[in-house]
Design a protein around this ligand. Structure first.
Ligand code: TRP
Ligand code: SF4
Length: 328
């Protein structure tokens, strides 16, 4: 019997170069999923406009940088459908049709609505587009009849609204949409090199495509146990940023490092050198793949066009059903 693979879909707003936190938090999981599911991964450039409409100059460049990172890290256009949201206008039509029956209250009470309004205080976000953010996301998801959406916890409310929209549609017209589930994945959280959350805005990040030659300099800047003053002082790995990285990138040597840190046998310089080696080994193939892809600029557009063609076909089939169900 033929088994149809489940559909997985996820998107990222175009944020430019990704850091290793973005990789561990999402991209690594996408790469793992692409063999076993029918995957759609896309750049949510319309979503970027909901908050950046006054200053959209960065969006275009960020798309290219981000997709280069995706491909360098192993997303495979032969396995997954990789595309740009704005290339598939069908998303906009479904969003419009959904807007006819979606109560405004569902959008107003979405927790991310108030949170982002507060976070981005100073930007004029009392707009139709910003309020409709989760509904556009619902259209992104339902247009491919996704079974599951691999996203972080922060996106769970949007998937919840998506389910409500699917239910309401199915009830008002006829059953067309499955109710997608949120697929959270557990991943190790690495801090930035200063020990705070790794973030572009703190300038404390390590790029996924960092030049291997720059890595040891970044590792040298990492905050260690502040209680360790002299080389032979016993250390406490639990409070050390370098240790957190060893947990992720050097699991084999971890317990040995912890022991020799606690006993004061290993110095922080040596400990950092060990980490640099492992991080370099992790990043080098990604960096090299990226260099290779950069020498072939037309390829990126080809990938996105190929993905869009494929996505349009699937999206168009769903829209045919939707139009018909809605009496158009
Ligand atoms: N809102 C998501 C984010 O900020 C991006 C996104 C847009 C998305 N459409 C989606 C994620 C559909 C999953 C499914 O990360
Ligand atoms: Fe951190 Fe390693 Fe120094 Fe211990 S030895 S404090 S784990 S850098």
């Amino acid at each position: 019997m033929m088994t149809t693979r489940q559909v997985m879909l996820s998107g990222m707003r175009p944020s430019g170069l990704l850091h290793i936190g973005n990789y561990l938090g999402a991209l690594q999981n996408w790469v793992d999923l692409q063999q076993d599911y029918r995957c759609y991964f896309f750049v949510a450039d319309w979503h970027a406009l909901t908050t950046d409409y006054e200053d959209p100059g960065n969006i275009k460049g960020s798309i290219g940088e981000m997709v280069l990172d995706w491909l360098s890290a192993g997303l495979d256009p032969d396995q997954a459908t990789i595309f740009r949201q704005s290339d598939v206008k069908e998303h906009a039509e479904l969003y419009l049709l959904f807007s006819m029956f979606t109560p405004i209250a569902w959008l107003e009470r979405c927790p991310t609505f108030k949170e982002v309004l507060r976070e981005l205080e100073g930007r004029e976000l009392h707009t139709h587009g910003f309020l409709g953010y989760p509904l556009l996301q619902a259209a992104d998801i339902l247009i491919y009849k996704a079974d599951a959406v691999p996203v972080g916890e922060d996106q769970a409310p949007h998937v919840e609204i998506t389910r409500e929209v699917a239910r309401r549609f199915n009830h008002l017209y006829r059953p067309v949409f499955p109710e997608p589930e949120t697929r959270l994945h557990s991943f190790p959280l690495v801090p930035g090199i200063d020990g705070r959350k790794m973030s572009k805005s703190y300038d404390n990040y390590i790029r996924l495509s960092e030049d291997p030659a720059e890595i040891s300099a970044k590792v040298r800047m990492m905050i260690t146990d502040p209680g360790r003053i002299r080389r032979n002082d016993p250390g406490n790995p639990e409070v050390c940023t370098v240790h957190t990285f060893h947990q992720v990138f050097n699991p084999d040597e971890l317990s040995q490092i912890e022991e020799s840190c606690r006993s004061g046998e290993i110095g922080c310089v040596d400990c950092k050198n060990k980490l640099s080696e492992k991080l370099e080994a992790f990043i080098r193939p990604i960096y090299e793949k990226r260099q290779e892809l950069m020498g072939w600029p037309a390829y990126l557009e080809e990938v996105l066009e190929h993905g869009a063609r494929h996505a349009r076909r699937a999206a168009g089939a769903t829209l045919d059903e939707v139009r018909e169900a809605m009496g158009l």
